[in-house]
Design a protein around this ligand. Sequence first.
Ligand SMILES: *Cc1c(COP(=O)(O)O)cnc(C)c1O
Length: 351
Amino acid sequence: MLEWKVNVRETIPYVPGEQPQEGNIIKLNTNENPYPPAPKVASMAEQMDTDKFRLYPDPDVGMLTDKLAEYHGVNSNQVFVGVGSDDVLAMAFLTFFNSDKPILFPDITYSFYKVWAGLFKIPYSNPSLNRDFTINIQDYMVPNGGIVITNPNAPTSLYEPLSSIEDIVKANPCSVVIVDEAYIDFGGESALSLIEKYDNVLVVRTFSKSRSMAGMRIGYAVGNEELINALKSVKLSYNSYTMNMPSIILGTESVEDEQYFQSTLAKIVNTRENVKEQLEAIGFSVLESATNFLFATHERVSAESIFNDLRKKGIYVRYFKTPRIDNYIRITIGTDEEMAIFMEEITKLVK
Ligand SMILES: *Cc1c(COP(=O)(O)O)cnc(C)c1O
């Protein structure tokens, strides 16, 4: 029975944070932005010419690619746009990690990397972060088939100095080093400055967090033209029209609205620092965050019980029952109003 099963590709899928469909909850579990996308996005959404939907979208995503190239001061042939950074990262794994040597990424980082490595049968090895969750760069000075570093890291929220990233890139000319900068707009210096100097670094960004557009699924990579061409070849060998027309149009509008973008970032960073202080005042240790979330552990009360009890109150945070971090909760920064309610409830739980 079910003899075909021997030929099925077995995978262990990534488990995203919950997306509860009922209203009235305070959702601090998947690092979404609590503020709406730029006003230009809303006005363009109203004006969109739906007759155009008859046609296939531009397989090269030209308009958005050009806009991002202009924004970052690079050439359009140094930018690759995909359906969220998950799509860009998956394509990059498929394109660049084709060696018998293991690829390297830390034991504590974005948990999707393991899933893609499994799916694409890429061997991998996971050097342990130091006790304080910083990277030991020597761990990346060994033979490897590629490297992925999330900076700032998730779920720890810590930023590694750009000099460490550069040392890793420099020491590995035979490997592509992917720097996942999903959170870089909230703190730290980008590795984009390295792409002119090194041909083996690929910087990956997303519109999901800092640009409040998780629902539109927009991500991109910036790197040397040869890297981008290799990515495009694989992508166009898989599915030409991944990115839909509204995402291309609305993503472009978002990049136009720099002032709104900066003001939203500033609000979140300000709220983050206030909440960090308040959590420390009630017995939490909170890592130094360069992101739109906080990673915190309490001196007495277990993270798992805090997670469950908050959930009962309709406040969702993220909890990872995995070694080394199973006594931490990850809290996405919401609006000041949401965080006030969160603080009120969490204070009761640790009294
Ligand atoms: C959220 C996140 C992503 C995925 O973002 P999308 O663009 O929504 O696919 C990738 N990497 C890290 C580290 C993230 O936190």
